[in-house]
Design a protein around this ligand. Sequence first.
Ligand code: TPP
Ligand code: SF4
Ligand code: MG
Length: 303
Amino acid sequence: MSRQLYPHLRLDVFPTPYCTGCGHGILLGAMVRAMDEAGLDWDKTLFVSGIGCAAWIPSPHFNADTLHTTHGRPIAFATGARLANPGLNVVVVSGDGDLTAIGGNHLIHAARRNIRITVVCANNRVYGMTGGQVAPTTPEGCFTQTSPWGGEEPPFDLCRLVMGAGGAFVARHTVFQVRQLIKTLTRALTFDGFAFVEAVSPCPTHYGKLNDTPTLADFHNQMKGQYVDRRRYDRMNPEEQADKIPTGVWIKAADTITPPIDKGSSFIPPSSGLGSSSNPPSAGQGNSSNPPLRSRGGQRGGI
Ligand SMILES: Cc1ncc(C[n+]2csc(CCOP(=O)(O)OP(=O)(O)O)c2C)c(N)n1
Ligand code: SF4
Ligand SMILES: [Mg+2]
């Protein structure tokens, strides 16, 4: 990483606590580079995380305002911060267990409501921090401490989950696709609405050692065959697609995106005498007490 980016890190807490070969360190570096490329003001950005190895990416490593919250609740905290201070860029970075198991409800409803936050999910397909329990992202047949005969449940495809919930900007890359990951994170950080990025990240310690990928190099060899660009994936027949996972960015067509919830439709305190339950302010309309809120410099458009 360029030394020019060092001021954005708390260098006194390095090296990171991550195991050798953990993908979370690659995502950490990609986030810092993406923040730089997006040109976002670090002093106007809040990073929110839950509990888990991934939740340590922003906190304590970023020299920025960070909220290290409770397990499963970072999106709830982030939503509150965003609505209370619309001038803030709010970025959630956390793990697959945190965001899609215990915190899954917050994820789908933030996507449905088009809350203007960026959510980055480090998906290592296991609960890493607590010793490697099975997660809703663990592929069928894969071994974990709590699925010693191989997981029997079908996993979530996180991108499909968030798209199904209405997510406007949805993306996936492995941490090995680092250039695309940085580019996509840059777009997500400036997207004018709810943006979700899944970063597939190896956990050699608790996932790899039980699934024939004990080193980062083993993960690389396995993932480069399995994760394919979505344009290539779309050209495959169903048999070819069966063991592949598409990567890339999916953005809803602009005219199908729900207006972000804080755009002129925000809560009006009853004491203000404005609005009532029978006459709520309509979405998309500002008024003098609730002017439309600052755009994050959005990049809407359908693909
Ligand atoms: C309410 C609650 N339940 C369970 C835990 C235990 N716990 C801490 S981290 C974690 C899983 C983290 O997994 P993930 O979010 O995937 O992060 P990773 O460590 O894999 O990066 C769990 C179950 C907790 N801290 N609080
Ligand atoms: S347990 Fe897994 S996710 Fe946690 S630091 Fe080690 S390799 Fe990374
Ligand atoms: Mg995990």
